[in-house]
Design a protein around this ligand. Sequence first.
Ligand code: AP5
Ligand code: MG
Length: 214
Amino acid sequence: MIIILLGPPGAGKGTQAKKISEKFSLPHISTGDMLRDNIIRNTALGIKAKSYMDKGELVPDDLLLDIIKVRLSEPDCSSGFLLDGYPRTLAQADALGKILDNTGKEIDVVLNIHVDDEELINRLSGRRMCSCGASYHVLFNPPKKEGICDSCNGELYQRNDDTPETVKNRLAAYKKLTEPLIDYYNKKALLHTIDGGKDIPGIFGDIAKVLEEI
Ligand code: AP5
Ligand code: MG
């Protein structure tokens, strides 16, 4: 099964992707996580991407193409995968279409997680991350001990791009460049819109229902 998760910053793509990946045994491919990993490792891609990400702008399409091509050709993706944060522009959607055509694969479903702007800002301002990959929210999904990761006891931190000014730019980039993908995939009859305003288990229940029918 090939699934695309679409939705604005803070919609809960990463949170739901973890749960989908576990239940349906699919590799979770997050371009945001891949870029942050490149930044930590100080690669050429990471150095270029950082300047865009810190401002809340999208990284140029051509910088993403190689890493996504390589990742999708890895053995664990042979029978399906879950894309979180890719594609994010019409050019990326076309590029992904070509990669899949060349390998005889097709997208099964695009899950569009819809959340109002005010709620997105609340979610991003309260998000806390751990270097092990776990993600929390100070109010909506708190760790057992404040500031400490439940899984690895690591110290939680706030993402660089979760500051109010950067969040404003990320939402603007989403509306200008990513929102047109809703129409793009709707025309291909692949789109399912999910009410992302519910609690985390409620949203996952709705997503699981859609996926079980495919
Ligand atoms: P990326 O890391 O993908 O960030 P994003 O799309 O802005 O989305 P987020 O990860 O911030 O939010 P999310 O939807 O995953 O929400 P989460 O589950 O964490 O990309 C970062 C940057 O990388 C981009 O700005 C761009 O520069 C670059 N980039 C990445 N991919 C690119 C591409 N393809 N092309 C170009 N550039 C690219 O949840 C958020 C918070 O809410 C958490 O605290 C969580 O606990 C909480 N929460 C989740 N669900 C709920 C709920 N139902 N109720 C209450 N709280 C909830
Ligand atoms: Mg995410």
